[in-house]
Design a protein around this ligand. Structure first.
Ligand code: T46
Length: 146
C-alpha cells in the first residue's frame, strides 16, 4: 500500500533563547513531501463520532497533518489495512493513489490539514466501495506485473 508516515523537521530551539519558544515545522514541496503542492485544505469543527472519507483517489497524492488535537485514519486496499493516529503536528501521513481512507475519532478542536498534489477534481474520486475493490484489484495486479 502506497502510504508512509513522514516525520517533518520539528524546530524547537529558535535563536538559542533559553526559555521555551514553541515549535516550528517547515514543509517544502518536492523535499519534505514527494510532490508539488497544488492545493491545501483543512477540516475543522468536526462533530464527535463523525467518520469522514470513505473513498479512494485514482491519481491524487496527499499528505495529512493534524495541526491540533488528534485524529485516527484507516487506510486500506483489498489486500491490507492499517490504522494510523495523527497526534503530532510534525508528523504527516502520505497517501498515494488507490488507497481507501476513513478518518474518525476527531478530538474536540482538532485541525486536519491536507496537502494535495492536484486541484480539486471530483472525477478523481472513487466513492463506491465495490467499484473501488474492482478497480483496485486490477490496479494492484498491473503493478505486480511491472
Ligand atoms: C481526502 C480526505 C482526507 C471541494 O469543493 N474542494 C476540495 O478541495 C475538497 C477536498 C472538497 N470539496 C467538496 C467536495 C464535497 O462536496 O467538499 C465536500 C466535502 O468533501 P468530502 O466529502 O470528499 O470530504 P472528506 O473529508 O470525506 O474527504 C476529504 C477530501 O475530499 C479527500 O480528498 O482524501 O479529505
Amino acid at each position: 500500500m502506497d502510504i508512509k508516515v513522514i516525520e517533518f523537521n520539528d524546530i524547537v530551539d529558535a535563536k538559542n533563547v533559553k526559555r521555551p519558544m514553541g515549535h516550528l515545522t517547515p514543509i517544502e514541496e518536492l523535499k519534505d513531501v514527494p510532490f508539488e503542492i497544488k492545493r491545501i485544505y483543512y477540516l475543522t469543527r468536526v462533530p464527535e463520532n463523525t467518520i469522514r472519507g470513505f473513498h479512494s483517489h485514482k491519481e491524487l497524492q496527499q499528505v495529512l497533518l493534524c495541526l491540533n488535537g488528534s485524529v485516527q485514519i484507516s487506510v486500506s486496499t483489498p489486500y491490507e489495512k492499517e490504522f494510523i493516529t495523527l497526534d503530532d503536528p510534525a508528523k504527516g501521513l502520505y497517501i498515494g493513489p488507490m488507497v481507501w481512507r476513513e478518518m474518525y475519532n476527531f478530538s474536540p478542536g482538532s485541525v486536519l490539514m491536507v496537502l494535495a498534489s492536484e486541484f480539486y477534481d471530483e472525477e478523481d474520486y472513487i466513492r463506491d466501495y465495490r467499484k473501488y475493490c474492482e478497480l483496485a484489484q486490477d490496479y494492484y495486479k498491473s503493478l505486480s506485473k511491472i
